[in-house]
Design a protein around this ligand. Structure first.
Ligand code: NAD
Ligand code: ZN
Length: 247
């Protein structure tokens, strides 16, 4: 009931708004079959992130990190965009959504036909040489062929072009995302725990610049009590469909 009245208010706010952006996290891809890292059945239940997903660990023992990365890749290469991704594309087509800033690395916003995407944590479907930084496309067949580990023409080890622990998003993506957050009048925060910085700063920046925070999540997050204006509890696909269907 609380959700229903909030949906009506959110639809009215979305209709009125001139500049809406979205920040998406692992939760938006759950319905595509990609588990969150922290949640039940997530990779961190099985793999210690410091040991497997830190850039220093990758450099020291890439064959170990690739065990975790391969499991992640199998989920990503088998996933297709879900209703939440396609509803965001629809909002863009309606001229109601400017930027999508995603912490996901699964390429599903692009595959759903969205544009204006800022990939805060990179993209798994590209490999990058840790020695010369040359990039290569990465597909399901190449993933299946690991081990041996993929190597660059310079013989350096290749790593998915994602931001591991100990790495930071590119300056360009931080600047672009912060600028978008400063100028929006609504930020949709979808399926993110609000624990991963600097992405978690974006709703804070938006709020400081008087934007409304609309949060969509199956559970309350770090942001819900102190930052969120409208909390819509439910799966990203369900809630976004309700919003778009009422526009
Ligand atoms: P997180 O795992 O910390 O949080 C996910 C959030 O999604 C939680 O708050 C959870 O309650 C919510 N959620 C779960 N199912 C949902 C659903 N169906 N609808 C709406 N919300 C739902 O994820 P995070 O904050 O994004 O941080 C983890 C980092 O790991 C990300 O920044 C990302 O880089 C990476 N990651 C990426 C992917 C991917 O590319 N799909 C998957 C896992 C992790
Ligand atoms: Zn190289």
């Amino acid at each position: 009931m609380e959700n229903e009245s909030n949906i009506i208010k959110v639809v009215a706010a979305v209709k009125k708004a001139k500049n809406i952006i979205a920040l998406t996290g692992a939760g938006i891809s759950v319905e595509s079959g990609i588990a969150t890292f922290r949640g039940k059945g997530g990779l961190w239940e099985k793999y210690d992130p410091e040991e497997y997903a830190h850039i220093i660990s990758f450099i020291k023992r890439p064959e170990k990190s690739w065990i975790m990365l391969k499991e992640m890749g199998e989920q990503i290469f088998n996933a297709k965009p879900n209703l939440a991704h396609t509803r965001l594309t629809k909002l863009q087509e309606m001229g109601k959504l400017n930027w999508i800033i995603t912490q996901n690395v699964d390429n599903l916003h692009q595959e759903a036909g969205s544009e204006h995407i800022i990939e805060f944590h990179g993209n798994y479907k590209t490999l990058r040489c840790i020695r010369c930084h040359k990039q290569f496309p990465f597909d399901k067949e190449q993933l299946a062929a690991i081990p041996p580990l993929p190597r660059c023409t310079c013989h350096g080890i290749l790593k998915p072009n994602v931001v591991l622990f100990g790495e930071v998003p590119s300056i360009e993506s931080i600047e672009l995302a912060e600028k978008a957050a400063m100028h929006c009048d609504i930020i949709l925060v979808i399926g993110t725990s609000g624990l991963v910085y600097p992405a978690a700063n974006l709703p804070i920046i938006a709020k400081r610049h008087h934007a409304s925070i609309i949060e969509i999540n199956t559970e309350p997050s770090e942001l819900t009590d102190y930052l969120t204006d409208y909390f819509l509890q439910g799966s990203a696909g369900d809630v976004l469909s309700k919003i778009v269907n009422n526009m």
